[in-house]
Design a protein around this ligand. Sequence first.
Ligand SMILES: Cc1cc2nc3c(=O)[nH]c(=O)nc-3n(C[C@H](O)[C@H](O)[C@H](O)COP(=O)(O)O)c2cc1C
Length: 389
Amino acid sequence: MTEPFANFQNEIYLGGLGEQRPAYPIAPQELERRAYEAMSPQARGYVEGGAGAGTTMRANRAAFDRWRIVPRMLNDVAERDLSVELFGHRYGAPVLLAPIGVQSIVHDDGELATARAAGSLDVPFVLSTAASHAMEDVAQAAGDGPRWYQLYWPNDAELTRSFVSRAEASGYSALVVTLDTSLLAWRPADLQTAYLPFLQGIGIANYLSDPTFLAGLEKPPAEDMISAILKWVGVFSNPGYTWDDLAMIREATDLPIVLKGILHPDDAGAAVEAGVNGVIVSNHGGRQVDGAIGALDALPAVVDAVPEDFPVLCDSGIRTGSDAIKAIALGARAVLLGRPFVWGLALGGEEGVRQVVRGFLADLDLSLALSGHRSLATVTRDILGPAPE
Ligand SMILES: Cc1cc2nc3c(=O)[nH]c(=O)nc-3n(C[C@H](O)[C@H](O)[C@H](O)COP(=O)(O)O)c2cc1C
């Protein structure tokens, strides 16, 4: 059996005996505060900002706060198994790192650092199409570590197929198709600084390394970057896609397909109908539709709308181990950690991500045990009660 995640706690306390303290903040609020202080104003706006008035970012957190865990005692939680099966793979914990684009704006190593940290912990990460490094380079950094690829579905079938086949060839074992970003939302922080990294050629490495994309350019990007960027603007997305168009992706791959951005139960039903393999309940961390429903609020109805064995994952607002427990109790098979690992990346690159993820897993393991559970099997809706009004 592998070492319990909770052992990170002992490691920290024992370090204290030798005057060693954690290099980065442990409390999520302090980690967040310090990370934003360390970022350039533009990077901060991009990572911290949400759509519109930030209503949905607040709704994401408020949704977790409306539930309370009711712990059970004397259940023998000495040995625990947090593992979960997803698409034929058994992962050590129900936690993945969410696809987050343009990570080089907070740390030069960007996704390479995240992939190294995730790989060293055997935690799956989801690489964004909008990454600062090409998917092949990130795959190499991950080593044997589990990895999924997130597709921003281009307005071009051939480029879509090219991205998918490159992801397959470089060992990404599932394809996450993000549906909620067919247009970029109205994001005041980025608008105020007139900042969109892609227009500076940052976060388009997967395009600039793609044979199909490059074949459509008259001159290589090294000679004419502006034309490459303009081409990117034209192919990034297609708001005209419908459910029928998903066949394009289904036919392009045998990888499991997971649709990200599902909030309505009827869309969850449509996903099942379309023959995909899972969904992620997400509002993109409140960055797309301001006023959209909190992700955790949307989760139970989505879970009820799909067959029992159909994987439903969840992100948006997950900050602590008990947040993950609440999402799992409401029917999520696993959760995706988003902004918190980017805060770690900003402060300490690979090591910063590793500390944040180890801390999250230790917190989850301890909270699960102290709530009276040895595995996720008993983490069901009846372990939750409503928070008092
Ligand atoms: C800076 C930033 C960039 C993101 N980039 C992507 C992306 O490229 N693709 C994607 O599917 N989601 C992207 N997301 C959304 C995340 O995958 C995830 O849904 C979100 O971060 C969850 O909210 P939380 O971080 O507040 O928990 C991004 C989120 C942030 C904060």
